[in-house]
Write a protein that binds this ligand. Structure first.
Ligand code: PLP
Length: 496
């Protein structure tokens, strides 16, 4: 990374920031670069084709003493960074939950970086504070959520859910904020109930809050991977008899492995009977409620205490942007508000300040990108894109169903298909068949992913290695879905 003579003019000045002309020039160049990146992304391998340590080996181990030219930095993005990227923006990215950014979202991020607001108090960022309130109320309306729900933005669903559980714990009135939990003999075990398919972030939140892994009880699921409400009621009764305090249920709309939907309407009365907080993890599938004919997936949530939805998952908003809705902002505030003298402001009683509702002081201006995405696509535009993803997933599922060599392993309520290859072999025992299919499906997945033309991931359902195809990228078309299906079938023919 030595500095060529010719690029001297683009080095940082002795003091101050890059000059205006160079900012303009490189700014335009980078936007062109991004436009070209999206144009050629189909030709790039979805999964980074590098070995662990390859990038580190290319990078200097100590920082540059003198500044380097922008040309060299941008050239190194091309030379070093792009080959080390797994391209989440690739239209054949079908792994985990496929997500995507969008042009208005990128512009929102760009502006937010320029404004660099720390939206901790209303006064440090009135625009961020008020735009967040308005945008989240728009999203609430789009999703058909109850008007009693107020939203707040965090970075991720993991953090949103942790805050929801903290607010629920505050509602237990056990002086935990004041006295803590350790060293207390007067505090029974507090418990949160989740299905065995709940996301691991809930358990992490519970650990972080000092409730301990014993503070979480996993409830079994039915044949469609939905929380068994009767088992939930029985577990709560049993724990109460043991002297525990059951205080929170976390139900999921759109579980990570299969996108199953817990039976919210059956869970609601159980929580209400025991005055427990119901948090709904709709991080992935909540966005689907903007599609009018899918709004029913949140049936019952009008009585939930909180709900998380991630616009960075399926609302074309660049990572990160997670929204927590709750009808108990007061409890969230009681759990987290702490205003030292240096943050006191004359208007504090009249306005909302984001830092009163979470662990962070400074907060990014994330509402801007979401507002720009919502305005640019509109409710109908967002719904049309999500509807199309669901159509493509159902189409893929129909190909699986029609083929004797493949089978579906879970329902497809949204845009995630769970399936596996299952070619028959005469006279094989169930046990041998199970083992053979696990090995075969894993090999198919690595075979297709190794081509660089598509990327998908797996889970385990009923002890079977299960392939997951998630459709959520704004650029994914039927041709991309057809291509990955063809690639899977080619691998199957090679391997079976
Ligand atoms: N909840 C569910 C249902 C998820 O599927 C995920 C991630 O895929 C999460 C929570 C965690 O999301 P985040 O990365 O925003 O913390």
């Amino acid at each position: 990374m030595s500095q060529p003579e010719s690029s001297k003019s683009t080095f940082a000045p002795a003091l101050g920031d890059m000059n205006k002309e160079e900012f303009r020039r490189f700014g335009h160049e980078l936007i062109d670069w991004i436009a070209d990146y999206f144009d050629r992304i189909d030709q790039l391998p979805v999964l980074a084709a590098i070995e662990p340590g390859d990038l580190k080996a290319e990078l200097p181990t100590s920082p540059p003493e003198q500044g380097e030219s922008m040309e060299m930095i941008i050239a190194d993005v091309d030379r070093l960074i792009v080959p080390a990227l797994t391209h989440w923006s690739h239209p054949s990215f079908f792994a985990y939950f496929a997500t995507s950014t969008s042009a208005p979202g990128i512009f929102g991020e760009l502006l937010s970086a320029a404004f660099d607001n720390k939206a901790m108090l209303w006064r440090t960022s009135p625009a961020s504070t008020e735009l967040e309130e308005v945008t989240l109320d728009w999203l609430r309306q789009m999703m058909g959520l109850d008007p009693g729900m107020t939203g707040i933005i965090y970075d991720t669903a993991s953090v949103s859910s942790m805050h929801a559980i903290a607010a629920a714990r505050e509602g237990v009135e056990q002086r935990i904020r004041e006295d803590g939990m350790s060293g207390r003999t007067d505090l029974p075990l507090l418990r949160v109930y989740v299905s065995e398919h709940a996301h691991s972030s809930i358990e992490k939140g519970i650990i972080t809050l000092g409730l301990g892994q014993k503070g979480m009880r996993k409830i079994p699921t039915d044949s469609a991977f939905r929380m068994d409400a009767r088992a939930l009621a029985a577990a709560i009764d049993e724990d109460k008899r043991s002297g525990f305090i059951p205080f929170c249920i976390v139900a999921t709309v759109g579980t990570t492995s299969t996108s199953s939907i817990d039976p919210i309407r059956e869970i609601i009365p159980i929580g209400e009977e025991h005055a427990m907080w119901l948090h709904v993890d709709a991080a992935y599938a909540g966005s689907a409620a903007v599609v009018p004919e899918l709004r029913h997936i949140l049936d019952g949530c009008e009585r939930a205490d909180s709900l998380v939805v991630n616009p960075h998952k399926w609302l074309f908003t660049p990572f990160d942007c997670s929204v927590l809705y709750t009808r108990h902002m007061d409890l969230l505030g009681r759990a987290f508000s702490l205003v030292p003298e240096y943050l006191r402001t004359p208007e504090q009683e009249k306005v909302r300040s984001g830092s009163d509702y979470g662990i962070q002081l400074g907060r990014r201006f994330r509402a801007l990108k979401l507002w720009m995405v919502m305005r640019y696509f509109g409710h109908e535009g967002l719904a049309a894109r999500i509807r199309e993803h669901c159509r493509l997933a159902k189409l893929f599922a129909s190909w699986v169903e029609e083929s004797p060599d493949w089978e579906l392993l879970a329902p497809t309520p949204f845009a995630l298909v769970c399936f596996r290859a299952c070619p028959k072999r005469e006279g094989e025992s169930d046990e041998l068949r199970g083992k053979r299919l696990d090995v075969l499906n894993e090999a198919i997945m690595h075979g297709v992913n190794g081509t660089g033309k598509a990327l998908f991931s797996h889970t385990k359902l009923n002890d079977k290695l299960t392939l997951r195809l998630s459709i959520g990228n704004i650029r994914t078309t039927e041709a991309h879905v057809r291509q990955v299906w063809d690639l899977m079938n080619q691998q199957l023919q090679l391997l079976k």
